[in-house]
Write a protein that binds this ligand. Structure first.
Ligand SMILES: Nc1ncnc2c1ncn2[C@@H]1O[C@H](COP(=O)(O)OP(=O)(O)O)[C@@H](O)[C@H]1O
Ligand SMILES: [Mg+2]
Length: 303
């Protein structure tokens, strides 16, 4: 579990990127931070692996304040998938994936062998191992980025708009693959996007930011769709456009909530409060506390 407690980040030039931010990020779930550009999402992500340190407030991982953990050691357990894959153009695919393990002293031969396994994991043909990034499609490059993030065998995977630069069809495929990966590998994923549809599809928990970087609502997709906290959220999820006459469809063995245009709006999961059963008919959920701390929707204990 990752916990932000009243975290503020003010950069030296005076910009306040994150203001009094508190959030519990449950283990082995996908938490999606969604908001427009400049709302502080990347800064929040980078504070988790101490690429950026908060000005005030604390961040704990499994109860330990990370301010007391030396960054290199901390990052051993945290994978980072950058915007636009962030690959090194002059290195071959296998070497890109093996970069961080090699830097940490893993023998090159072992790191490359592991890189080939990771190519299988992310659905890349091993025959691409000796290519350079420019010789891959956008979608393949993104998969290399994910493989590289997994190369340190992290418990936590940070993903910063990882599928932003690919066309919609490839993007949909990468999203499905991430859900599959998450089921198989059981990582704690913190995923940043500006795309609400992507957030609703992938997130077990979603945090919606206003342009000023304030949390407008945090909750499961069902909670947010059923009871938007305010006008801003309602507009953001499209509830006021009359487009989201929601219904449920089976997709990859999971019940997926789709809107009238067939766009995925969320995933139905069992829920003690019975919210999941009601999300499909669009009736407002009772007894829930919009904006409150969401409970993990899937079964399974915290790490
Ligand atoms: N190193 C920095 N120095 C000064 N301002 C920064 C720095 N990094 C980000 N910012 C500012 O902080 C705000 C939030 O940025 P960022 O976290 O990148 O937002 P997002 O990822 O949501 O687009 C923006 O106004 C941005 O310009
Ligand atoms: Mg960003």
């Amino acid at each position: 579990m990752i916990e932000f407690r009243s975290v503020t980040k003010r950069f030296p030039d005076g910009t306040v990127a994150v203001r009094d931010f508190s959030l519990v990020i449950p283990s082995r779930r996908i938490t999606v931070l969604v908001g427009s550009s400049g709302s502080g999402k990347t800064t929040i992500l980078r504070m988790i692996n101490r690429m950026v340190d908060p000005t005030s407030g604390t961040i704990e991982i499994d109860g330990d304040d990370i301010a007391g953990i030396e960054p290199v050691g901390l990052r051993r357990g945290i994978g980072y998938v950058m915007q636009n894959a962030g690959l090194l153009p002059h290195r071959r695919v296998a070497d890109n994936i093996a970069t961080v393990p090699v830097l940490r002293g893993v023998r090159r031969k072992d790191a490359r062998a592991r890189a080939l396994e990771l190519m299988d994991t992310v659905g890349l043909d091993r025959s691409l191992a000796e290519r350079y990034p420019s010789q891959l499609s956008g979608g393949q490059q993104q998969r290399v980025g994910v493989a590289r993030g997994l190369a340190v065998d992290p418990n936590i995977l940070l993903m910063d708009e990882p599928f932003g630069a690919v066309d919609p069809l490839v993007r949909a495929e990468l999203q499905r693959e991430l859900l599959r990966l998450q089921r198989d590998l059981d990582k704690t994923v913190v995923f940043v996007t500006h795309d609400i549809d992507e957030a609703l599809l992938l997130g077990d928990q979603i945090v919606i930011f206003t342009t000023g970087g304030i949390v407008a609502q945090a909750g499961t997709p069902q909670e947010i769709l059923a009871a938007p906290a305010d006008e801003f959220v309602a507009r953001f999820v499209g509830a006021d456009r009359g487009k989201r006459a929601l219904h449920v469809r089976e997709q990859n063995g999971r019940p997926v909530v789709v809107d009238s245009e067939g766009r995925a709006a969320g995933v139905l999961v069992p829920d003690d409060a019975g919210l999941g059963a009601r999300a499909g008919d669009g009736s407002p959920a009772d007894g829930s506390a919009p904006g409150g701390r969401p409970e993990p929707a899937r079964d399974g204990g915290a790490r």
